[in-house]
Design a protein around this ligand. Structure first.
Ligand code: AMP
Length: 506
């Protein structure tokens, strides 16, 4: 019964002055990874009760809205270590407050809090084993299972209990765990989701402040320095001693299926100003754009006609569009980069009037066209990906309405043909545009474009390897259906969604 999808941003900080406030800024920088809910847990000592406690504050909404009361930082979220989480919006889960992370529990060995980015591929099996033993669940999230595995481990030491739990889960999990005396950062052996380690030298504090985050843009906002990635399969333990000496204890989880970092993080999800999997997203996306220029450059126009303009769909395809344009020019294809679409950043939930097309309003409330740029031009739109195709179709219509003579579409990734079981939120197989048509020509007609070209899978892999020279491999299952970690038999996307909405009503 895997249910809630966890495509999220996670952050942790240890030995920090103002830990909660720093976590808040870190989460704010990771807001693009999840807008549904946000939460922070800290670790502190309660003098009155004479024991360590973990205050928590979390709610639905954006980071700045959830934490809009300064007293949260002054009076409630005390302590010098913290973890935080931002959750991606998915249907169904939106109704269940219990699913908001981080989760925090008190068990026989103290307090423990957890924030998870990813999806466990054997969650159903684990959940069933627990249910059969009578375990009661508070949430519909995979992540809660990790806490049960820790609490029910037969090992004596807390660290061993955690390792014991981690060896029983499979799939995608980048985690930050907070105990009463440690911050523990974990990346699954495949390294599906990113996680990096940073440091802050605070002159007012003894020892070094360490932080971990899904993306390094969370370090920049805090003036933290990137140290390195948490390696695939690494359990990185940060305690008082490491803060003093800079030496960490690391445990390596067994490698069963090779390393397969999510390539879609580079294509779409991460911010271009982040370093993930050891390389800047900006650099990778430029290379992807350049590769596309070699495979499917701008069309040539007849002598005497205005040269084509290239536009991006802000913000996710800006960088690929830049790489595409400069390489087209270098290859002798005349074109110019222009800003033809403007994005409204303040799009939350939109209230659609009855009878209005929901998807159309969603796109229109997010983008508008710049008519002066587009009128009578051959327009080449670079987008990062097509999932359902509704965004692209609507945008093409808007570009035509703004007077574009011809619209050509260049997609900076291959066709998405398969759902993701490792934490990326894609619709079911049938809903993916590429599965609804027999060939690109049919899609071209449906989208209403003069030409449509996807980047080849080989081209994508070539571009990513050219930008990031590390030998580590990637998961491209959404484009190829080659799943690096077996997915539980019979767990289909549709089934997940059914359980999700059923649970949401509880
Ligand atoms: P659509 O084809 O209408 O489903 O929307 C595709 C666009 O949404 C892409 O161009 C991306 O910018 C963005 N996108 C890609 N993947 C996702 C995802 N997993 N969740 C939300 N948005 C996405």
């Amino acid at each position: 019964m895997s249910s809630v999808k966890d495509h999220c941003g996670i952050f942790g900080i240890f030995n920090a002055s103002d830990a909660a406030r720093r976590a808040y800024y870190g989460l704010h920088a990771l807001q693009h990874r999840g807008q549904e809910s946000a939460g922070i847990v800290t670790s502190t000592f309660d003098e009155q009760r004479g024991q360590p406690v973990m205050p928590v504050y979390k709610d639905f909404g954006l980071v700045l809205d959830v934490f809009d009361d300064n007293s949260l930082f002054e009076e409630r979220l005390m302590g010098d270590s913290a973890i935080g989480h931002t959750r991606y919006s998915t249907s169904g889960s939106a109704d269940n407050r219990m699913n908001i992370q981080p989760f925090v529990v008190h068990y026989h060995d103290g307090n423990i809090a957890l924030a998870h980015n990813g999806n466990l591929s054997n969650a159903r099996e684990i959940r069933k084993a627990f249910s059969d033993r009578g375990t009661l669940f508070q949430t519909t999230s995979d992540s809660e299972l990790i806490l049960h595995l820790i609490a029910q481990s037969r090992r004596e030491q807390q660290l061993d209990q955690i390792i014991d739990a981690l060896t029983q889960i499979e799939g995608a999990f980048s985690l930050v765990l907070l105990t009463d005396d440690r911050l523990i950062a974990v990346r699954d052996p495949n390294g599906f989701r990113p996680l990096a380690l940073g440091r802050i030298d605070d002159p007012h504090r003894e020892g070094t402040t360490y932080c971990v985050a899904s993306e390094t843009c969370a370090f920049d906002i805090l003036n933290a320095e990137y140290v390195r990635d948490v390696a695939p399969g690494e359990v990185l333990i940060i305690d008082r001693e490491s803060a003093k000496t800079g030496d960490f204890t690391s445990v390596q989880l067994a490698q069963r299926h090779g390393v397969s970092q999510c390539i879609f993080e580079y294509v779409y999800f991460s911010r271009p100003d982040s370093k993930i999997f050891g390389e800047m997203v900006d650099k990778v996306r430029r290379k992807i754009g350049k590769q596309m220029a070699h495979e499917s450059p701008v069309p040539s126009v007849p002598e005497g006609e205005k040269k084509p303009i290239v536009i991006s769909v802000p913000d996710s395809s800006n960088t690929a569009a830049l790489g595409f344009t400069t390489e087209c020019q270098k290859l002798g294809h005349e074109c110019r980069y222009e800003i033809g679409l403007i994005r409204n950043h303040y799009v939350g939930r939109t209230f659609i009037a009855p009878g209005q097309d929901r998807r159309e309003m969603k796109v229109r409330s997010k983008y508008n066209t710049v008519e002066g740029v587009l009128r009578d031009r051959t327009v080449v739109v670079v987008d990062d990906s097509i999932v359902r195709g509704t965004t692209a179709r609507q945008l093409v219509q808007m570009l035509h309405d703004a007077g574009a003579k011809e619209v050509h579409l260049r997609i900076a990734s291959p066709a998405v043909i398969s759902p993701c079981f490792y934490g990326m939120d894609f619709p079911s197989t049938d809903e993916l545009l590429a599965n609804q048509f027999d060939d690109v020509e049919e899609m071209t007609n449906w989208l209403g474009v003069a030409s449509l070209a996807y980047l080849s899978t080989d081209g994508l892999m070539k571009a990513v390897h050219a930008a990031n020279e590390s030998e580590r491999g990637y998961c491209n299952a959404c484009f190829t259906a080659n799943y690096p970690v077996p997915v539980e038999m019979g767990v289909k996307k549709e089934e997940n969604e059914w359980t999700q909405s059923a649970n949401a009503g509880q």
